[in-house]
Design a protein around this ligand. Structure first.
Ligand SMILES: O=P(O)(O)OP(=O)(O)OP(=O)(O)OC[C@H]1O[C@@H](n2cnc3c(O)ncnc32)[C@H](O)[C@@H]1O
Length: 180
């Protein structure tokens, strides 16, 4: 059985990985590792780097076959619209790294303004909804899509993009080996 390590304790992320990789073939372990970026990433580059760092850190920490890092952030475009952005990275023992980003939606200006004032999205979302732990439940994406797409579902798509790209690379390597 192969071991997949996930660099988080956030249930929305763990559930997404477990929904994509079959439990008959994989053992799952998870724990927190440093993302090496700020708590509230503010660009695609920073959010992607956080995902890669988590994946690299967790694969070593847990001595796993595959490490997965998922990172949430925001990005502000030229028109000053703030978008939710999410990135994922998968690394394996041999050093293969694959990455993918997720669906993005604009954040309402009253939420964006709070982030510009230095607050974290997790805190702002709880204040905005009057609920607790939005980040470990439906997520901002769940709130602003009225539950049509929750945080787990959004991460499931990213993890499928990671798993699919990884499988493509492995198959390609196997074919090249057979042809030699
Ligand atoms: O435990 P970890 O894996 O760190 O999960 P997290 O949700 O705290 O951390 P991320 O690094 O993925 O997210 C970066 C920041 O944005 C917040 N955040 C990201 N996506 C969110 C969402 O959909 N809803 C609420 N908060 C979100 C999150 O709480 C952090 O403040």
């Amino acid at each position: 059985m192969k071991k997949i390590a996930i660099g988080t304790r956030n249930q929305t992320k763990i559930a997404a990985v477990q929904a994509v990789f079959p439990k008959e073939a994989y053992e799952f372990v998870f724990s927190n590792v440093p993302s090496g970026v700020s708590n509230q990433p503010f660009s695609d580059e920073e959010t992607l780097q956080g995902a890669i760092n988590r994946a690299k850190n967790i694969v070593i920490k847990e001595d796993a076959d595959i490490g997965i890092g998922l990172e949430g952030g925001v990005v502000v475009d030229q028109n000053k619209t703030m978008w939710l952005c999410n990135w994922g990275a998968l690394v394996d023992r041999s050093g293969i790294v694959v990455v993918a980003s997720g669906a993005r939606i604009p954040l309402p200006s009253e939420v964006a303004d709070e982030l510009m004032n230095g607050k974290e999205l997790a805190e702002v979302m709880d204040e905005y909804t009057g609920k607790r732990n939005i980040r470990t439940n439906e997520g901002a994406i769940g709130v602003f899509t009225n539950g049509f797409v929750n945080r787990t579902e959004m991460y499931v798509h990213i993890v499928k993009l990671l798993a699919g790209q990884y499988e493509f690379l492995i198959r390609k390597d196997e074919k090249e080996y057979e042809n030699n």
